[in-house]
Design a protein around this ligand. Structure first.
Ligand SMILES: [Cu+2]
Length: 70
């Protein structure tokens, strides 16, 4: 199945720093520049995938979540 996910916490990146949309397994790692947005298409089997921003400090600041594919 196809799944389109927009990285960076739901919209364009309006912060003063870049972010990433990262999943460890399977490996997904998309950088989101300042003022930009990226769209990534990945094929994932049903399950739960933890995603996060790998910029130091961002994950602990709350930039993470769970992607559920059904
Ligand atoms: Cu971030």
């Amino acid at each position: 199945m196809g799944l389109a996910a927009t990285p960076e916490h739901g919209g364009g990146n309006h912060d003063l720093f870049w972010h990433t949309f990262t999943i460890d397994r399977p490996h997904v790692d998309v950088g989101v520049p300042i003022g930009g947005a990226r769209r990534v298409r990945v094929n994932l089997p049903p399950g739960r995938y933890e995603y996060y921003c790998r910029v130091p400090g961002h994950r602990t600041a709350g930039m993470h979540g769970v992607l559920v594919v059904s």
